[in-house]
Design a protein around this ligand. Sequence first.
Ligand code: FAD
Length: 633
Amino acid sequence: MEIERHEYDVVVIGAGGAGLRAAIEARQQGKRTAIVCKSLFGKAHTVMAEGGAAAAMGNVNPADNWMVHFRDTMRGGKFLNNWRMAELHAKEAPDRVWELEAWGALFDRTKDGKISQRNFGGHEYPRLAHVGDRTGLELIRTLQQRVVALQQEDEKLHGDAEAYIKVFAECTITKLLKDGPGEDAAISGAFGYWRETGRLICFETPAVVLATGGIGKSYVVTSNSWEYTGDGHALALLAGAKLINMEFIQFHPTGMVWPPSVRGILVTESVRGDGGVLRNSEGKRFMFDYIPEVFKDKYATTEEEADRWYDDQANNRRPPELLPRDEVARAINSEVKAGRNSPHGGVFLDVSSRLPATEIIRRLPSMHHQFKELADVDITAEPMEVGPTCHYIMGGVEVDADTGASSVPGLFAAGEVSGGMHGSNRLGGNSLSDLLVFGRRAGAGAAEYVDGLAARPVITGETLQEAEAEALAPLSRSGGENPYEVHHELQRTMNELVGIIRKAEEMKEALEVVEKLKERAANTGAPGGRIYNPGWHLAIDLRNMLLVSECVARAALLRQESRGGHTRDDYPAMSADWRRKLLRCSLGAGGEISVEEQAQSSMRDDLITLFDRAELSKYLTADEMAAFDALAK
Ligand code: FAD
């Protein structure tokens, strides 16, 4: 079958929030842009986002501003964040939300008609712009509407709606192409297949923006859906880019635990933001027992104070249910391990005794529907049962904060596939704003890169043949192993051995299993031909999941401390020395993954002085504190 070919200035892989915002920017800068997505157009993780987009607009509490948001983000990430990204994000998020409104997004309003903002874990003030608990849907709808508006403009200008921006849906990219073998070779294209027909497709392009989202499908219990197989992470690694912070995985504290068929599906943090409380089997509101030292002065120590906070935030401290996600997930894990669990192995999350039924249905319509339909639980009358679920990866492609450029010329990344912004732990709501801020920046970065090129890179016949042979290999192994079995074993291994609490011995065991699974994956077969063959698709995805899982396990084994989304049973404390080190994964010529330490750069003076000395002393080394003291003099 002949390979279909297309030529573009910029190819964006992924049609979630990051991909759409990047594509809009590239098109607005006059670049012919393709959006390629392996799921249906409109079906991305972004659409599932419930709680909202964090942006310091100060609509509900005027004390909020970008500096407070920056501080919260750094605290949430336990100071491991790329501080430049955290700065850009905090400064630009309000503009990106207002821009969405200008493009037609209908956010919930405050009584005086401003965009409403809700409380979320780790955010000092109500900060999440939202649309009930369906914010992601409105975000995607608005960005898609913007794409259509641009296409209508192109129809008028060029007589072709798709002249400057075209969507290729249900089309999976399997390889990034480069214009040579050397380290400094540049991107020349992207190769893949149409999921429905199995027809192969090649995009000739000097610039690719990866916006493929996360990796959750490497774990059994996850809030992520089938597309999250770490494709972008693996494509970047295979193209020679570096991945950072891969050891940090966010286990969201509240996923459904029952019935088994829906285990892991997300229960939004908005339930707690809107007053929901966590209780164990003894009826105890246990989060008061789990406030860590670094957060002691910011969280209420009695139920009375915590409850008063919802009406009077100026004079009370926040409820501990709103601690950052890593803290709440570990607390639930400890309660369950201590035997104080709910009947199906979670804990209770109760909003029914906290808000009137009408208010619950108004504020949390999807949650009400989800529990009624999937678990036959009426959340206006009884508590939910919840437990941790693999939700988000903080690690990803190492990029330049300002442009989204990776170390490979022509390769850019934005959104969940990129790393650095969230440090060791992401605050809820900071992803949707991240997608908008850095999606726009990556689209602009790619456009600028294309403008600077003297000549377009070329795809050789040999490069194309290699990509084709690799994509079709599982189809030729008709007697090979079933890829679903390999996948299941990988998911179980990652869940049990590189999960929420980690031990050296278990991670070593996981790496041995991954090594064997790599051999088995190379022999998986997919009978049935090219036309819509999910076994074939999974056999290809396995390569990606195995590469990413190995990076997670190797980095997690090396980092001998506990921080954010990385908890070591054998190294339970946070170490100031480790805070200065980032772990960076790369792929060697023989296909081996290596992890090297890289020094974390020091925060700019005007940013570090936004923090109190007492707080910094909990995170920084003695020599960093001496430098801070010299600065403060
Ligand atoms: P996505 O939106 O997942 O898009 C990825 C795209 O890449 C898809 O179009 C997919 O088809 C495509 N793709 C992947 N691989 C390939 C390939 N090989 N070839 C072609 N296309 C490919 N964050 C918040 O800030 N607030 C919230 O309230 C919130 N709620 C959430 C609720 C749920 C249930 C989940 C799962 C996440 C939530 N998050 C939330 C996190 C947030 O939604 C995600 O981190 C974010 O949407 C990721 O966006 P993205 O653009 O990076 O990727």
